[in-house]
Design a protein around this ligand. Sequence first.
Ligand SMILES: Cc1cc2nc3c(=O)[nH]c(=O)nc-3n(C[C@H](O)[C@H](O)[C@H](O)COP(=O)(O)OP(=O)(O)OC[C@H]3O[C@@H](n4cnc5c(N)ncnc54)[C@H](O)[C@@H]3O)c2cc1C
Length: 435
Amino acid sequence: MRRTTVIKPRLSPGRSGQGEGDNHPPAGDYDVLIAGGGMVGASLAAALVSLPLPLKIAVVEAVPFGSHGQPSYDERITAVSWGSRRIFESIGLWEHMAPEATAIHHIHVSDRGHFGMTRLHAQEMRVPALGYVVPNRIIGRALGEFLLRQPRVTLLAPAKLGAVNVQCDAVTAKVEGADARLLSARLLVAADGASSTIREQLGIATRTWDYGQSAIICNVSVQRPQPGIAFERFTDSGPLALLPMGEDRYALIWTVASRCAPAMLAMTDTEFLETAADRFNGRCGRFLKAGRRQAYPLSLVRAGAQLHRRAIVVGNAAHSLHPIAGQGFNLSLRDVAVLADTLGDIAASGGDVGEEQRLAAYIRARRCDQLGTSLFTDFLARVFINPLPPVAWARNAGLLALELLPPARHLLTRRNMGLAGRLPRLARGVSPTRI
Ligand SMILES: Cc1cc2nc3c(=O)[nH]c(=O)nc-3n(C[C@H](O)[C@H](O)[C@H](O)COP(=O)(O)OP(=O)(O)OC[C@H]3O[C@@H](n4cnc5c(N)ncnc54)[C@H](O)[C@@H]3O)c2cc1C
């Protein structure tokens, strides 16, 4: 377990800076200061490093990479879309995740006890995979090791970003912990999760919708594995996703009413495995072994604004979605790619990366995808848990229509693959060697 990682910044020539042990560096130490080195904050730092510009970046993370209590790189898996794979590939990170990623070639969506069913195929989309299942721990390892190799990134962990002060020409922020200091930057990025304290300090209000549901996650092995197939099944006790992880293991994500979660966690492994296998009608045979079960309460959180003067809010701090469609991180990674484009364009023209007017271009560019993805996810979360007969009928008619209408299926699949709309440079699969 890596506990402390403190790398002093290397300042670009001609800029005043911080000496060893200097707790009060002058304003302008960094171009970008990122609060939170979770999946989104660390991805942003990595994306900025890939720009051919000497931006100096600091990442302050409360819990060290690789530590057991790390809330972002925990025991969950992430369904990484094809579009996200391209972003990671352009940054130079995918090769470090690929050996432990399992490709999804087909997605099978069904509604238990009803007629609706549809299948999505990578071949139909002319791609090698619709997406990949990657353990969060592996994403964290790849990001952590990548950032440690970058001379332009200062990684402070464990360290908490405390009070921030956004002024006209710079942002100053207090780092709390053993290595307390005051930092300053042109741009502050709040990537400190759904309960962001930085967002609160910026005075940005949030709208939260508690779904009253929890996701129970657990790794299982099954009797008859179906390589490369991911299953999404809607049942009377909530939607279940079974995502392939290697040869015979699957990640099970079961959304249940939160009041039922304690009972699901308290079941013996045998009871849990039998109940889950029954919901799949024996599609993968018997469920044989279960890993540790954990519950995540689910809510929709939306920040009222994502830009406040020299500060930007990203990731779960900006929008935290229901995991039913596996879109939360993928959406945020697209945000990251567009933000990297925007900051790259500003810096390349000699501008100030914290200039609010120019940052507004990022907010405009992301509005449609963010709204569309969060409305779509919210719709699924409500419709696929609703047992009322008319809703169930409409849901099944929708699934059947998708099965029978390839153009509609195509459109939906492209969106889920993160390929809809205008793509940022990193998502076009090109390394931004030129801005
Ligand atoms: C059960 C479940 C399954 C999911 N599956 C998928 C999926 O398959 N596909 C997908 O795209 N998305 C999925 N998601 C969504 C995805 O997990 C989130 O979008 C992602 O974790 C958001 O990352 P983040 O970095 O914004 O926030 P977080 O993961 O919450 O990270 C925030 C980081 O900030 C740090 N921090 C907090 N406060 C401070 C501070 N003051 N100073 C310094 N550091 C601080 C924390 O320690 C943490 O490391 C899933 C979510 C859940 C709950």
